[in-house]
Design a protein around this ligand. Structure first.
Ligand SMILES: Cc1ncc(COP(=O)(O)O)c(C=O)c1O
Length: 366
């Protein structure tokens, strides 16, 4: 099977992880944690990087550090992985869903203001599948209403909006290092920020809210959301290779778009000239005039030994969050969208094979 995602793990990863094992520093203290935090925050152009156990806990910690909780509302796109909304719910606040933009597939900034109430405290834009959100419009709305912005950059390490790294534009950025992400620590997460007070609060909350000055003294209830030195060792080695991984993913995206350019009924992912899309998942929309449905294409790909994924379900249609609001764009994108194999280990021959299967199903009615 050609997988949708696969980590690129090399010699450096082995060397650093082995160093942890041989030195005995396998838990949540050790040199790799600080090195990885420093390296990743520098990469994102932020002053602070605080590692944690996964991307969901990164979002949870960011929300907690901003004091978001019961009675508050947080604006999130409906078309995202459910973790974005769950993290809001963990704090006692309520996620308020916004429809997607049909071109970028990200939260539609034009539909945010109508969802703002006196309870709204923050907006979480998600850079879906590696494509940056229109951050100027989001930051303007946040400024106008005095809201925090937490960028969910779980899928977008290294992406740029107008030359600025995602995760450095809002109050905080939250990243995931799950095995299928652009770089991985197995499981892991990071919060990036330029705000010292928030960084300190996050570091405290992820470690049972232990006092900085008094060992085993706790003024609040915190969490064990720490990353291990073993995970950070893997992460540091991955970080040393991130530019290469992103370049390959961007090159593969160009190959896909070129080979599929004449196929009728396909809508391609967008990259604005001002931005850098990192194509975490190279994704297309299968339109009505393609010939067969998205689901039929996925079956066909599977029989040819090619894995693929449907887009996320919009969160508002699922039982925990059912919302009868109007989200027409997200609902259509969710039905038409497919993630094609996107690993940086993918080679040209494999992409050609995938594109041939996609080309064969094109309708010839025109
Ligand atoms: C948009 C988005 N947010 C948050 C997360 C949560 O990250 P993790 O799986 O590391 O908890 C993911 C992970 O897939 C994601 O895609």
């Amino acid at each position: 099977m050609i997988p949708v995602a696969e980590p690129c793990i090399g010699k450096k990863e082995r060397e650093y992880v082995l160093d942890c094992i041989e030195s005995g520093w396998v838990s949540s203290s050790g040199k790799y944690i600080l090195k990885f935090e420093k390296g990743f925050s520098e990469y994102c152009d932020t002053k602070y990087g605080i590692s944690c156990s996964n991307g969901t806990t990164a979002l949870h910690l960011a929300l907690l550090a901003l004091g978001i909780g019961k009675g508050d509302e947080v604006i999130v796109p409906t078309l995202t992985f459910i973790a974005t909304a769950n993290a809001v719910t963990y704090t006692g606040a309520r996620p308020v869903f916004v429809d997607s933009d049909s071109i970028t597939w990200n939260i539609d900034p034009r539909k945010i203001e109508e969802k703002i109430t006196t309870k709204t405290k923050a907006i979480i834009p998600v850079h879906l599948y590696g494509n940056p959100c229109n951050m100027d419009e989001i930051m303007d709305i946040a400024g106008k209403y005095g809201l925090y912005v937490i960028e969910d950059a779980a899928e977008a390490h290294g992406a740029k909006y107008k030359g600025r790294m995602v995760g450095s534009i809002g109050n905080m950025g939250c990243f995931s290092f799950y095995g299928n992400k652009i770089i991985t620590t197995g499981e892991g997460g990071m919060i990036t920020t330029n705000e010292e007070e928030s960084a300190d609060k996050i570091a405290m909350l992820r470690d049972h809210a232990m006092s900085k000055d008094r060992k085993y003294w706790h003024d609040f209830i915190g969490y064990n959301y720490r990353m291990t030195n073993l995970q950070a060792a893997l992460g540091l080695a991955q970080l040393e290779n991130i530019d290469n991984i992103i370049e390959i993913k961007r090159k593969n995206a160009r190959i896909y778009s070129f080979l599929l350019r004449d196929v009728k009924g396909i809508t391609f992912p967008r990259e604005e000239s001002r931005d850098k899309n990192v194509y975490w998942m190279y994704s297309v929309l299968i339109e009505d005039d393609y010939g067969i449905t998205r689901d039929a294409l996925m079956k066909k790909l599977s029989t040819e030994g090619i894995d693929s994924r449907p887009f996320f379900y919009p969160i508002h249609i699922m039982p925990p969050y059912r919302d009868v609001g109007d989200f027409p764009v997200a609902e259509v994108l969710s039905k038409k969208g497919i993630n094609l194999p996107s690993s940086a280990k993918l080679n040209r021959t494999e992409i050609e094979k995938i594109c041939k299967v996609i080309q064969k199903n094109e309708s010839f009615t025109g």
